[in-house]
Design a protein around this ligand. Structure first.
Ligand SMILES: Nc1nc2c(c(=O)[nH]1)N[C@H]1C(S)=C(S)[C@@H](COP(=O)(O)O)O[C@H]1N2
Ligand SMILES: [Mo]
Length: 400
């Protein structure tokens, strides 16, 4: 039989010919000029999202030799906000990008060589992991975890696979990307694309120009950003139609991540017999009256949740470092704050390094006594710190 040489394997001529039923695509919307332009913006969003995600992960699992910073107070708010909004912006971009390149799925022959087959496999991994990453991230924003595994762990591990696959993809496609970006896209005067005459079962798209498609992608990103960013940027709050938690609609202007009833701490936190125990070389207890008699500070510190909302708030309470000193510790101590809430991962957190000097055991929020849902009688708040680490309903502080 006659054979053609195609790199590292030889295909029989029979296989080289596209079967008659196989679809073909002729719309210029599927050209590399469009795919590369969307891909460039998408790639930047993915990398920024990856970098800010690493910063957040570092807060969760601090490297012991490098204590978390405390300044600027809004540092975590900014990096977390950028993470969530670049991630959300990726969703329309990925959909448009997949749409521009999906004809490649029907390339014939499906694989020209072993290397080509492997390359297609890496694209499949890239698409699958990006979609899982975006969907799990989005569901996390909606506070919905319809899976049995640990979100944080899977989201973090897959992020590395995504980052690696993106780099590999860019490396493999470098020539196509270069040519695509160099090819001009006609301006608004361009006539809508006429469908090419069908050949076999050819598919063609009509009605929208290449520039129109790029503008539509940009519009999609704009709309989704405008309707969500209000949960972190106050002037845009009225537009935050898609944001599940909006500071302007929350008690004391701070959204409640988890209520006292959900955490099953209501009766303990609200009890007259409440005591805060400080454990250290010189342990002591504070009841509500003793707590209220201590000197307080009043500071504006943002609260930034990994679920995408953040808000600046005024907190009043006792400096944690004052209690730590009284218990026999100091600025070098690692301090664990423990909640009345005993189930789940949010029951305690560690404060140390620069954050220890700035941390407040807050009893008041935005001028009012803390509500039960915000962590009454006392909760932690520290600057430049992940929201999840600002433990509510404290019962114990352990100095070591
Ligand atoms: N004990 C306890 N502390 C907690 C939580 C919790 O569920 N339980 N949620 C954390 C999270 S994820 C955030 S974002 C903040 C939210 O505080 P707020 O509900 O007062 O806004 O509290 C943190 N402290
Ligand atoms: Mo959170």
């Amino acid at each position: 039989m006659h054979r053609v040489h195609t790199g590292d394997v030889r295909l029989p001529v029979r296989l080289r010919e596209r079967p008659r039923f196989w679809p073909t695509f002729r719309s210029p919307l599927h050209e590399p000029a469009v795919a590369a332009r969307i891909g460039r913006v998408l790639g930047i969003c993915v990398l920024v999202c990856f970098g800010t995600g690493l910063l957040s992960h570092y807060q969760y699992h601090p490297w012991t030799w490098l204590p978390e910073p405390a300044t600027p107070a809004w540092g975590y708010r900014l990096s977390q906000g950028v993470h969530v909004f670049t991630g959300i912006a990726c969703i329309p971009l990925v959909l448009v990008k997949l749409w521009t390149v999906y004809p490649r799925l029907f390339a014939w022959p499906p694989a020209r060589s072993v290397l080509h087959a492997l390359e297609r496999l890496t694209v499949a991994v890239l698409v699958a992991t990006v979609l899982i990453e975006l969907i799990t991230g989005l569901l996390n924003i909606l506070n919905w975890y319809p899976w049995p595994w640990d979100f944080v762990y899977v989201h973090y591990a897959l992020a590395w696979v995504v980052a690696g696959s993106v780099l590999l993809h860019v490396a493999v496609k470098l020539d196509v990307i270069r040519t695509g970006l160099a090819a001009p896209i006609p301006g608004p005067a361009e006539a809508p694309i006429k469908p090419a005459p069908p050949e076999g079962r050819a598919r063609a798209t009509s009605g929208i120009s290449r520039r129109g498609l790029l503008l539509a992608a940009a519009g999609g990103v704009g709309v989704i950003t405008l309707t969500t960013v209000g949960q972190a940027a106050s002037p845009l709050e009225p537009f935050a139609l898609l944001a599940p938690r909006r500071p302007d609609q929350a008690p004391l202007d701070v959204p409640i991540n988890r209520t006292a009833a959900q955490a099953k701490v209501g009766s303990l936190a609200g009890a007259e017999s409440y005591r805060l125990t400080i454990e250290g070389p010189r342990s002591f207890d504070l009841d509500l009256a003793a707590l209220a008699a201590l000197p307080t500070v009043d500071e504006v510190i943002p609260l930034a949740c990994v679920e995408g909302w953040s808000v600046s708030a005024r907190w009043r309470g006792v400096r944690l470092i004052d209690l730590v000193r009284r218990a026999g510790g100091g600025a070098h101590s690692a301090v664990r704050v423990v909640s009345l809430e005993t189930v789940g991962a949010f029951g305690s957190s560690i404060v140390r390094g620069p954050q220890l000097g700035h941390a407040i055991l807050a009893t008041h929020l935005n001028g009012s006594r803390l509500t039960l849902d915000h962590g009454y009688p006392v909760r932690l708040i520290a600057p430049d710190r992940a929201g999840v680490l600002n433990t509510k309903w404290l019962t114990r502080v352990t100095v070591s």
